[in-house]
Ligand binder design. Sequence first.
Ligand SMILES: [Zn+2]
Ligand SMILES: [Zn+2]
Length: 100
Amino acid sequence: MSQPPMPKVIAAEDMMTHFDNGFCLKYSRSNPGHCYCGRYLVYWTCGHQHAEVVRKCAAQLSLITRLPIFCRTPTPRVRVDNILIHGRCDDCLGAKNTAV
Ligand SMILES: [Zn+2]
Ligand SMILES: [Zn+2]
């Protein structure tokens, strides 16, 4: 058993760049064509969920809208483990700072 690599801690505004350049994408053997279609769950450094990013490889198009659709349902949910968003979620900030 090898240790997973340390996640890269990034700013929230850089998150989509890491999806666009493919850093966060995972090719799933459960997808037809082993593509990267999925719902990617991104986490804060506090450990809570920051965002859910939808990625579609565009191998499949909707017959009605002609827009990309997921290759498989149910869509794989992928926990992104190679990046973390620097900061804490609203819940964690709220627990520390009770002033509203
Ligand atoms: Zn796909
Ligand atoms: Zn939190």
